[in-house]
Write a protein that binds this ligand. Structure first.
Ligand code: URA
Length: 423
């Protein structure tokens, strides 16, 4: 095979033959195809797209570049959830134990935050003693005994994707839907789950702002999962407004525990229940009463067992901020807008997120919202509290929030949180 031929084929809008595509991904992983050549190919894909079959082959080749896990010996169905990421998106925390409470195994291999979207592992590390790194044996045992595991993805899954993603990041080619879909799905399929529910977000705080592109991404990933033997469905969900009332790490854990205790903000509860129903339907329990498991403590029991199994103390107090700044309403009326992206950026600047992969996060930092769009407020009433620690710069967070929320005379139109279900 000749890599320049492959690049030319895609440059001219053609479909790359299966054996050539497999060969190229393998040769790139081994270092025989140069970064410059793979970058040219990625740009050609961004401009000209890929056919369904090419995306499947690309995904398959990336899976073949690394290890493939299997949960076949568990004796129960496995189902995983993947979110494309957002602001205040802590849903994995209440969701994994909730679904596990129905006897289903939920292997959530998760990541850390980078930029304005938070990372599930960063949030859980607010819990004293909790450990993200598990061996495959530990993970397997925990799935058998408790059902829910949220842990760090090992470096052995889809190494081709790791290399290609870093290259896309510096060549303006992250946004190609075939490349995003194959990147996400190669890791999920390599993980060995029987079924998968995707939470594909659209809006200002999402990776895909535009709903039509988010829908196309969702359809592409559902097709990929299905073609690879993983039962896959997707929900298209609104990420124009932060999810829930907590944006950060420790405060998102606190909010998740409220949901597990049968309370919590309405939007977080709604999305947790919707995703749990999807996951349980794929696992063969379409009529599971998920609300009952939140009410009667079964989901909370699974949470406590899951945290303890990873050396965390579910009863330990969470890190608290040592400095706060309250922002109040300047006029009376209805909150009409709270824009997810600037709130995510502000929380990040307060220390809840990191600028470089090796930076630590401040677990107590973030933002607590006191109101959401649609709520009525009077002048002087607290809207949200910035949570800082030590030398946190509130001015930099406030700068990001300037113009990011509105109060008006009329209640805003309500928009659905779950826009569509894609199968
Ligand atoms: N997340 C991934 O894992 N890959 C992408 O390409 C984009 C988001």
């Amino acid at each position: 095979h000749d890599v320049v031929d492959v690049i030319r084929t895609k440059r001219d809008g053609g479909a790359v033959p299966e054996d050539a595509l497999r060969w190229m991904v393998d040769a790139y992983t081994r270092g025989y195809v140069a970064d410059s050549q793979m970058a040219a190919f990625a740009m050609a894909v961004l401009l000209n797209g890929m056919e369904r079959d090419e995306i499947r082959v690309m995904t398959d080749a990336m899976i073949a570049s690394g290890e493939r896990m299997s949960f076949a010996g568990l004796g129960k169905p496995t189902v995983d959830k993947h979110s494309t990421g957002g602001v205040g998106d802590k849903i994995t925390l209440p969701l994994a134990p909730l679904v596990a409470a129905f006897g289903v195994a939920v292997p959530q291999l998760s990541g850390r935050g980078l930029g304005h979207t938070g990372g599930t592992l960063d949030k859980l590390e607010s819990i004293k003693g909790w450990r993200a790194a598990l061996s495959n044996d530990e993970m397997f045992r925990q799935l058998r005994e408790i059902g829910a595991v949220i842990c760090a993805a090992g470096s052995g899954l889809a190494p081709a994707d790791k290399k290609l993603y870093a290259l896309r990041d510096v060549t303006g080619t992250v946004e190609a839907i075939p490349l995003i879909a194959s990147s996400i799905m190669s890791k999920k399929i390599a993980e060995g789950t029987d079924s998968l529910v995707l939470d594909v977000k659209f809006g200002s705080g999402a990776f895909m702002r535009d709903v039509d592109r988010a829908r196309e991404l969702a359809r592409t990933m559902v097709a990929l999962g299905t073609d690879s033997g993983v039962s896959t469905t997707a929900l298209l969900t609104d990420m124009n407004t932060p999810l829930g009332l907590a944006i950060g790490n420790a405060n998102e854990v606190r909010e998740s525990v409220e949901v597990l205790a049968g309370g919590g903000p309405a939007d977080v509860v709604e999305l947790t229940l919707a995703l749990a129903r999807e996951m349980l339907a794929l696992a063969g329990q379409p009529d599971a009463d998920v609300e009952a498991a939140l009410r009667d403590g079964r989901a909370m029991d699974a949470w406590r067992s899951m945290i303890r199994a990873q050396d965390g103390d579910p009863d330990a107090s969470l890190p608290a901020p040592n400095d706060t700044h309250i922002v109040t309403a300047t006029t009376s009326g209805f909150v009409t807008r709270m824009d997810a992206l600037p709130f995510g950026i502000a929380a990040w600047r307060l220390g809840a997120g990191r600028a470089r992969a090796e930076d630590p996060v401040l677990h107590a930092a973030g933002i607590d919202l006191h109101v959401k769009p649609g709520d009525k407020v009077t002048a002087g009433q607290p809207l949200f509290t910035l949570l800082g620690h030590d030398d946190t710069r509130f001015d930099r967070a406030l700068e990001a929030l300037d113009g990011s929320y509105d109060i008006g005379p009329d209640a805003p139109a309500t928009t659905p949180l779950v826009l569509e279900r894609i199968t």
